[in-house]
Design a protein around this ligand. Structure first.
Ligand SMILES: Nc1nc2c(ncn2[C@@H]2O[C@H](COP(=O)(O)OP(=O)(O)OP(=O)(O)O)[C@@H](O)[C@H]2O)c(=O)[nH]1
Length: 394
């Protein structure tokens, strides 16, 4: 449709051109005809036919005879359709118009088509140039305002992801106030939220860990105390707090081996409360227990930290004295004996007195077992009992 309109417009424009040409050449052609100047006429017609809009020229004289008929195309390539303009030719003599003939100018659909196509080509070339410029501008703007900032954004996001450092912020260079700046703001808000969340989680975790460590420390301490208590319970006599028979002999054996290696002597005191059955029978077992406790406390006041005390029987006690010769052991034993015989216990208003017999012996280089020392001290103890009790026998 557009093409048809363009075609018709171009055709009428060519017709107008033909008429103007007719106006222009009418004078010179009339002159040539009047003067029968065939040469001048030929030159004029040849010039006309060479013009791009003109396909042919006809000049017919007043007798309707074809004087000149020229075509720009070859006889075998006649145009599909032609159109023409015609004008009469006159010569004015003494103000009288003399009819000379007529001039017909031809043009064709090919000329119109060439011009229409040329016009369309111009439009197409202009459109291509405009589109190229627009495309170039679009690419530049896309790169400047989208591709480059997006690349930078991706690189900074990647950086945050790799470093796991949420205190970092996205900071795009050359950013306009547009969707990208809003995206940057949103991402930075998100990073702030993650950072705060991480901080809170870390604080919670630290608080939990501290609570756990405190709980474990308390539990460990409680377990240690329980263990110590258990050890004490297993090793000590619950009434007097002295080592029980098993623990006493085990530790004494160890100390004996040690002192043998150091070529030093150790002493053993075996003690048995005198007539203890009578105390029980007279005052009862409760008082008997108080006497046993009193005895243990009293002997402890005379001992060094390195001395070992144990309850080896019901009312029988033993002391192992490392690095102590027989004389030193005897002095200690006698101090104990005296302290006990001088004690008067006040239990529930009852005055209770008691005595103790003691047997002592010292280690020999041949003693390999604590039992050997114990047996010799036991013999001495029986000696003390035999000799009337409240005595020390060495
Ligand atoms: N209260 C009390 N009595 C005990 C305990 N262990 C043993 N006994 C008593 O101690 C008494 C020991 O009596 P015996 O072996 O006859 O000796 P003893 O009366 O001290 O006489 P001698 O040793 O010969 O002086 C017994 O009556 C036991 O019941 C105890 O833990 N508490």
């Amino acid at each position: 449709m557009q093409f048809l309109t363009e075609y018709l417009k171009t055709q009428s424009s060519i017709l107008k051109e033909l008429r103007q040409l007719e106006e222009t050449v009418r004078g010179p052609i009339s002159n040539s005809l009047w003067q029968y100047n065939q040469n001048q006429l030929d030159v004029l017609i040849t010039g006309l036919v060479k013009m791009p809009t003109i396909e042919g020229v006809d000049i017919v004289d007043k007798h309707a005879q074809n004087r000149i008929s020229k075509r720009s195309y070859a006889p075998d390539s006649i145009p599909l359709s032609v159109f023409e303009t015609q004008t009469d030719l006159y010569w004015t003599l003494h103000e009288e118009k003399i009819f000379l003939g007529s001039l017909t100018l031809y043009s064709s659909s090919e000329v119109v088509l060439d011009r229409v196509l040329f016009g369309f080509s111009l439009i197409a070339i202009t459109a291509i140039i405009k589109i190229s410029i627009l495309f170039g501008l679009f690419i530049w703007a896309f790169d400047r305002y989208l591709a480059i900032p997006l690349k930078e954004l991706m690189s900074q996001v990647n950086d945050v992801q790799l470093s796991q450092d949420m205190s970092k912020r996205i900071n795009l260079s050359n950013i306009e106030n547009n969707e990208l700046s809003q995206l940057q703001e949103h991402m930075n808000n998100m990073l702030s939220a993650i950072e705060a969340d991480q901080k809170k989680s870390l604080e919670n975790e630290q608080a939990k860990r501290k609570w756990l460590e405190d709980a474990v420390a308390k539990r460990t301490e409680a377990l240690q105390i329980s263990n110590e208590k258990l050890k004490d319970l297993a090793a000590k006599d619950s009434l007097t707090g002295a080592l029980n028979r098993g623990s006493f002999f085990q530790t004494a054996q160890h100390l004996l081996v040690l002192s043998q290696r150091q070529k030093s002597c150790a002493s053993f005191i075996l003690m048995d409360l005198d007539h203890f059955k009578k105390i029980n029978d007279t005052y009862g077992h409760f008082v008997g227990d108080q006497v046993l406790t009193h005895f243990t406390h009293t002997i402890r006041t005379f001992l060094r930290k390195s001395d070992l005390v144990g309850r080896v029987g019901g009312e029988e006690f033993a002391i192992f004295l490392p690095d102590t010769a027989i004389e030193g052991a005897f002095q200690l034993a006698d101090k104990i004996r005296q302290a006990i015989s001088n004690s008067i216990l006040d239990i529930d208003g009852k005055k209770v007195t008691y005595t103790v017999s003691l047997g002592i012996d010292t280690s020999e280089s041949t003693d390999l077992s604590i039992d050997q020392l114990f047996k010799r001290a036991d013999l001495k103890l029986y000696g003390a009992k035999d000799k009337g009790r409240n005595r020390v026998e060495k």
